[in-house]
Design a protein around this ligand. Structure first.
Ligand code: ADP
Ligand code: MG
Length: 352
């Protein structure tokens, strides 16, 4: 169990700044999901932590010990950091048990550590099998068991589920997370899948253009994204220009928008124009005549089973979407409905 601290780490490839000054702390025994679009520097970040790249600037500390920084570069073997690649890269000629025990000394191999980590990933008693007899998902489980076995300071997982079917991924994600937690591992999971990041980690770090632009618990990143880009990257979002005539609400601030008066957690100081962000599932449809609801016209209804997306046109012509439960009665295009916003929304001010 080890704490990881990155301070201002930078890495260039020629003119390309793959990392432009990343700050991030991963507390001991926790899982951080690093989420960002392709090319934003996720793999480079892991390679710097593992020691395969030298930093141009900044510092990396594991458990308070500086492993990379000005004048310091601890070799990968001496960092006790293990990487699980996209496809497990098991040794094909070794059994599952021998793959898992590969990084252990003879004494550890004879102990029950191999069976212990196989049990954690749901493969108890499967040590004799050969990798080519396993499914892709089982192979990734073995790769995770192999990473856990030597109790490394840190486990780095680089899009470990991306080659698997969507159906398998959810189960594997849950099981791997449980295994990491049961073993008290400190880990970073890189993904470009928003759902995977939000559902699997203690902390989500969102990257863009070589920087971590927001990190925190998934709930905070989803509800209080630092800017519209993050808001749209981690989920569906409705953006609305907001009036600056801020009235005191019940326990917070209220903005006036085309969706009516909506509560926000707070409004940044300044004079630039305001944008409010509402998640589609915060928009509830009512009968058009209900009290404080704003009237809208239904322009479309897309059924997805567990929920449905309703597209709506507000009185001022703004198009928005609402996410409604799949069991709610469908609404017909052209009909008039009332819309109400539930919960607290987010707002930003354009800097001027
Ligand atoms: P991600 O994993 O988020 O997709 P990477 O860390 O692989 O992103 O890459 C970040 C940027 O650095 C990209 O623009 C990529 O093309 C560039 N890059 C990565 N590795 C190298 C390399 N070895 N040489 C040159 N450019 C690289
Ligand atoms: Mg990558």
């Amino acid at each position: 169990m080890s704490r990881l601290e990155l301070s201002g780490i930078a890495k260039r490839y020629g003119a390309m700044a793959a990392l432009a000054g990343v700050d991030l702390t991963v507390p001991s025994g926790t899982l951080t999901a690093v989420l960002g679009p392709s090319g934003c520097g996720k793999t480079t970040l892991l390679r710097c932590v593992a020691g395969f790249e030298r930093l141009d600037a900044g510092e990396i500390a594991i458990d308070g010990r500086i492993v990379a920084g000005p004048g310091t570069h601890t070799s990968p073997e001496r960092r006790h950091v293990v990487t699980v690649p996209q496809e497990g890269a098991l040794f094909p000629h070794l059994s599952v048990g021998d793959n898992v025990g590969y990084g252990l000394n003879r004494e550890e191999r004879r102990s029950d550590r191999v069976e212990e980590v196989l049990t954690l990933v749901g493969l108890s008693g499967q040590g004799e099998r050969m990798p080519h007899h396993l499914s892709g998902g089982q192979q990734q489980r073995v790769a995770v068991a192999r990473a856990l076995a030597p109790r490394p300071s840190l486990i780095l997982l680089d899009e470990p589920f991306s080659a698997l079917d969507a159906g398998l991924r959810a189960d594997l994600r849950r099981d791997v997370r449980a295994a990491l937690r049961a073993d008290g591992a400190t880990a970073i999971l890189v993904t470009h899948d928003q759902g995977e990041a939000l559902s699997s980690a203690d902390q989500v770090a969102v990257m863009r253009d070589g920087l971590v632009i927001q990190s925190g618990p998934a709930v905070d990143v989803y509800r209080e994204p630092v800017d519209p880009w993050v808001a749209a990257f981690v989920g569906d979002a409705v953006f609305l220009p907001a009036g600056t005539d801020i009235g005191p609400g019940t326990g917070g601030t209220v903005l006036s928008t085309a969706l009516g008066h909506i509560p926000v957690g707070g409004v940044p100081a300044g004079t630039g124009s305001l944008t409010a962000m509402v998640r589609p599932e915060q928009i509830r449809l009512t009968t058009a005549s209900t009290g404080p609801a704003v009237t809208a016209t239904v322009t479309g209804y897309d059924f997805h089973g567990h929920d449905a997306i309703v597209t709506l046109r507000l009185a001022d012509g703004t198009q928005i979407i609402a996410r409604v439960p799949g069991h709610a009665a469908p609404v017909a295009a052209g009909s008039a409905v009332g819309v109400l916003v539930e919960g607290v929304c987010q707002a930003w001010r354009r800097s001027v």
